[in-house]
Design a protein around this ligand. Structure first.
Ligand code: HEM
Length: 497
């Protein structure tokens, strides 16, 4: 006899609903010692919509509601936010068995660049970056960067429709494109075909830049795996473009490739990475090395143009450097050349640090691999639950803290200097801070390109200030990343070459 179990339709629906509510976390309750829990009103999504719209603003609202530590439901994930930067250190030092920094990053790399990085890849990246993006390796790269910046500037001036006359461009486009092209040439080398090398490479750089911006625009949706059908088509096309142009086969045929790229690729090949993966990795390196530097260069220039007292002070400093290095910017004189090892520019350094404080707001993710205790700086103790995510957002917890930075939203080019020009120290609760800005992240996942990034910004700003004269409609300055404002510019030394 067959035994048939019949379930009443209402019962099965109820069971399904309960099962679904359970899986979307609707029944989760705050356990003892866990941070305050806020699930919002929409099952599974929780606070996803508001969070996606404006994360910094939303987190500030939540901080006012819950204090400096809380847990939010965001698109099916329980995310602990910690705003108290004083308590970051134990988290950044915690072992990956408890708080893993790779898991989340690897998911993003897979979604965006279509390959799964391993510990060995990461180890090579760290090792080679330490060798070639710091110390002596960095000095070599800085020199090449200066050379390439000259090439790009000359080309941009040369190719202007009305040579020797004012050219017009958007600030965002001008500053991002200039630093992008120079860094691309410095890191990925130039064409072997000597005859047309300069022209071809710069034309190719222009195409690269356009496609890079389109790709970067789609990055957040790609990272979260929420592309619409058109977005999927566009990313497919753009990825194929970069995989073709950055194919290992083509890169290997180039001249003057930086050691950072060449040695990494060689070591990746030695551990058995396929050619396809090496090409995908090249694209990742291009993106990582370019996506943040261009916008930072734009913000530096925009603030110098908007605040004439800052421009005046920094320009005087740059002019002093030129005098000390025996250079001048006069009609017919060559493009300037500075070596960061021999110049001191405290005001420009402070300006760059201030821009990184004001405008760079990285999210630092850790995956909670097992229930993990946190003892905060003020002695409070919490537990993070296994399977959750932890998010540090130093922009809110550190960069915008009015106790550390009075009037934190205001741009002050000399904020990082004492009146006598020495470097300032920063305090919280009467304690001197070891880390007072974190634009490059922290702990084992800290940006390996941070020293080169700052060098690039210095070299680029020095050249912009020394070499170009600007005419911008300052009254209308509204610094927005997308459009910026347009400026008219000319080379101060009206080159005759
Ligand atoms: C202003 C410019 C830059 C900013 C604000 C920036 C910021 C960051 C941040 C926040 C991270 C993640 C850190 C973390 O998760 O803790 C990162 C990772 C990374 N950055 Fe940068 N970066 C910049 C420029 C550069 C440059 C110029 C290079 C290379 C030449 C570079 C190479 C990388 C790489 C390869 C990673 C991934 C590291 C890993 O997976 O361990 N970055 N960057």
């Amino acid at each position: 006899m067959r035994v048939v179990l019949w379930v009443k339709p209402q019962t099965s629906l109820l069971a399904l609903l309960l099962g679904w509510l359970y899986t979307v976390g609707a029944f989760r309750k705050r356990r003892p010692k866990e941070p305050p829990l806020d699930k919002g009103f929409i099952p599974w999504l929780g606070h996803a919509i508001k969070f996606k719209k404006n994360p910094a603003e939303f987190l500030e609202v939540m901080r006012k509601k819950h204090g400096d530590i809380f847990t939010l439901l965001v698109g099916g994930n329980y995310i602990h936010f910690l705003a108290d930067a004083d308590s970051y250190e134990p988290i950044l030092k915690e072992s990956p068995d408890k708080l893993d920094f790779d898991k989340f990053g690897s998911m993003i790399v897979l979604n965006v660049f279509a390959f799964q990085p391993t510990d060995s890849h990461h180890h090579i990246l760290k090792k080679i970056s330490k060798e070639y993006l710091r110390g002596k390796g960095l000095a070599v790269l800085n020199k090449v960067m200066m050379e390439k910046l000259k090439t790009v500037m000359l080309h941009s001036w040369d190719s202007g429709e009305h040579k020797r006359h004012w050219q017009q461009d958007g600030v965002f486009h001008f500053s991002y494109k200039t630093i992008f092209q120079a860094a691309f040439l410095a890191l990925f080398g130039t064409e072997l075909d000597k005859e047309n090398a300069k022209k071809n490479t710069l034309t190719q750089c222009g195409e690269f830049f356009g496609n890079f911006q389109k790709f970067d625009h789609l990055f957040p949706q790609m990272a979260l795996g929420i592309l619409d059908p058109q977005g999927k088509k566009d990313t497919e096309r753009l990825r194929n473009f970069f995989w073709d142009k950055l194919s290992v086969e083509k890169i290997c045929k180039k001249d003057n490739i930086s050691k950072w790229i060449a040695v990494q690729d060689q070591q990746m090949a030695e551990i058995g990475m396929t050619e396809k993966m090496r090409t995908q990795f090249m694209f990742l390196l291009l993106w990582a090395s370019q996506a943040n530097t261009g916008p930072a260069a734009f913000w530096v220039l925009v603030h110098l143009l908007k605040y004439p007292e800052a421009m005046k002070a920094v320009r005087e400093e740059v002019d002093r450097v030129l005098r000390e290095t025996g250079q001048e910017v006069n009609p017919g004189s060559p493009i300037i050349d500075v070596s960061l090892e021999t110049i001191k520019t405290p005001l420009l350094d402070s300006t760059i640090e201030e821009i990184l404080r004001l405008k760079v707001s990285p999210f630092l993710f850790r995956s909670v691999m097992q229930d993990t205790d946190l003892k905060m700086a003020d002695g409070r103790e919490y537990i993070f639950r296994k399977g959750d995510q932890l998010l540090l957002f130093p922009f809110l917890g550190l960069h915008m803290d009015p106790e550390i930075y009075p009037d934190p939203h205001t741009f002050r080019y000399d904020r990082f200097l004492n009146p006598d020009g020495t470097k300032r120290e920063f305090y919280k609760n009467g304690k001197k801070l070891k880390k007072y800005t974190m634009p490059f992240g922290g702990g084992p996942s800290i940006c390996p390109g941070r020293f080169f990034a700052v060098s690039e910004l210095k070299i680029n700003s020095t050249s912009e200030i020394a070499q170009w004269q600007w005419e911008a409609p300052l009254a209308k300055v509204v610094p927005q990343v997308k459009n910026g404002f347009r400026l008219r510019m000319d080379l101060r030394n009206e080159l005759s070459t």
